[in-house]
Design a protein around this ligand. Sequence first.
Ligand code: FMN
Length: 481
Amino acid sequence: MRQHILKPIAINGMTVPNRTVVPAMVTRLSGEDGFVNQAIIDRYVSYAKGNVGLIIVEAMAIHQSKSGPLLRISDDKFIEGHKKLTKAIHDTSNSKVIPQIIHFMKVARSGWRQTIDMLSEDDITSIIHDFGDAAARAKEAGYDGIEIHSAHAYTLSSFLSRHNRRRDRYDGRTLEGRLRMFGDVMAQIRSKVGDDFPVGVRFLADEMIKGGYTIEDSRLIALRMAQLGVDYISLSVGGKFEDAIKQEGLPPYPYTGYSGERCMPGASFPKMPHIQYAATIKETLNSKGYNIPVISVGKINDPDDAEQLLADNKADMIGMARQLLADPNWPKKVSLGREEDIVRCIYCNVCKQLDEKFAEVTCFLWPKGYDQAPEYEADDTPPNWQNDEPLRAEYINGVVKLKWDRASGNISGYDLYRAEDDGKVKIIQAKKGGKFDDKSVLGGLKYSYYIRAYSKSGQNSRPSNVVELDLPLEKFRPQPT
Ligand SMILES: Cc1cc2nc3c(=O)[nH]c(=O)nc-3n(C[C@H](O)[C@H](O)[C@H](O)COP(=O)(O)O)c2cc1C
């Protein structure tokens, strides 16, 4: 039993049933009109079915500015759709649901982009009002709270940034000046939703750009946010325009450069590269008497790791964006003691590439043709082998030829595992059918293989028999003279 992951947490009167969070993740499922549609409802209900504790609905615009497909909460006409979404989630489970509300600046295909020093005082006043009005709409629509998007390449983050070039009340040369816009927005939101409505924030623990701020500033930014009455802090890093890679004919995309890599660390990064940020920020907050929850994020997906982070007080909640996209049933599987069945994210970042192209965001690991993650039937019979030695292998001319007998059950595919010279076991392939040619082997080494069948909902069979092969080293001779 995972004592920490499954422990509820109270956030300003909202009881979140466990410590798992799906952080905001743009889905591109809404049209350019910005309305909630059935695909959006299905996506977020899948998290509720999987018992995710806190569901943060993707960034939604608080203003009228044009963009690609993006949800909106910028007018009363959008409230009805959001009501349907919150009702569908609340009718499904006791997951809590909060929208991330965003203001962004204009960007053009030419590469030009508006920066905050171009904003007039009137522009700023209207942004502050837009935040307050959007928060009020969210409350009316039945959300359990709101999250202010103050991260990545967007307006509020640019005020916090060390690259802020304003020289007025929001002066970029002092930390106090950089924090004032957030203070104004927070005060406006509170005046609209009251003190007893959860208001969280997402901001950057490190900008990850040259001349950007680091943890030395972010611990103080977090402290000020707590002083201003935010109810939780969700961290992220990077995702800035400053180092975005210019792509001909496309508007700049802030997740292309190094800071973007850090924001959504791919397969080449070690696991959990950013956990120290949440730990340090928690230390600062706790030492000053603030106990608001801090959400850690970034390549966390192992239940053992998540449990340990919570046990060690390095985080209060565990954010998993790509992992919960791959398998929204992670919390349910953990609570049922079926962690073996979790479909593990491989951080291939296909989801990120889809987002970049404004295409509907899906997961590479879902069965072919699915536009949502498969549902998990806990009482599914897991796939099973029909005999003791389903796997066979032979080595012919540089190729290990693997063949196996089909497993019984509702099979979606087979994972192939390989170890080289008794080293670490790795998954080398996922296959639908019963054979695979491994052409990346080297003579003189020993290879061990086994396979596991998996069902659509991610349930795995036990490992098959292990086949071991000692590959002969080819002999070379000089040419005859
Ligand atoms: C497709 C995609 C869309 C995202 N959209 C948002 C967003 O709307 N708002 C936000 O704050 N972060 C967004 N993120 C960042 C994630 O919330 C998260 O911080 C990041 O993926 C790292 O967490 P992970 O390793 O658990 O995936 C997005 C990430 C991806 C992959």
